[in-house]
Design a binder for this molecule. Structure first.
Ligand SMILES: [Zn+2]
Length: 68
């Protein structure tokens, strides 16, 4: 997936070889993904957000919600 902040970086969540999956994904009745825990990029733009029911929820004081 592309970083939702618009920086253009791609975020590779599921393709880390040799390590146990760090995130768990739950799909709701409409097959919208919810990801746990939150996604926090330690490099690049430093985005920190949740993915809840297919929507990006920013972990910022000025929280905003973007449609995926
Ligand atoms: Zn970004």
């Amino acid at each position: 997936m592309l970083c939702p902040c618009g920086c253009g970086d791609s975020i590779e969540l599921m393709v880390m070889k040799g390590v146990a999956p760090r995130w768990t994904i739950h799909a709701d009745a409409k097959n919208r993904p919810t990801l746990h825990p939150s996604i926090w990029r330690q490099s690049g733009c430093g985005s920190h957000f949740w993915l809840k029911s297919g929507r990006v929820v920013w972990c910022r004081p000025e929280s905003q919600v973007n449609r995926f």
